[in-house]
Design a protein around this ligand. Sequence first.
Ligand code: CMP
Length: 136
Amino acid sequence: MERTFAIIKPDAVKAGKAGQILARIASAGFTVRAMRLQHLSRREAEGFYAVHAARPFFGELTDFMSSGPCVLLCLEAPGAILKWRDTMGATDPAKAAEGTLRRDFGTSIGNNATHGSDAPETAAFELGYFFRGMEL
Ligand code: CMP
């Protein structure tokens, strides 16, 4: 078993798509180990995406991520990290394969509906950033 960290981003929550995305998470075979609705502050979004601090889109990204509530999730499945990335599809919804969440719910590379950890080290950092041990 493996765990990964996922976010249903503010665009998808605002559009009322969180329920549909959670249903897709369940039908893909993930177990939800922890879940919380949270409106991130700008500082919390900056800390989470610190690895992207030098990117030109950092301001836009952290503005967007603090623009409304997100659903924060710990997902568990065999090979959860890759499996969740496959379920989401490519970062840019226009390039995401048919049947993926970003293709179905994202509208731009920034407003791309979902986030997922890209490696075991990132998953450990991201899960620890948002969830206390007892919650997991
Ligand atoms: P995510 O998987 O959350 O990780 C970093 C995010 O940065 C990514 O999804 C995109 O939403 C966002 N991102 C990547 N490239 C760009 C870009 N060129 N413009 C705006 N946002 C971007």
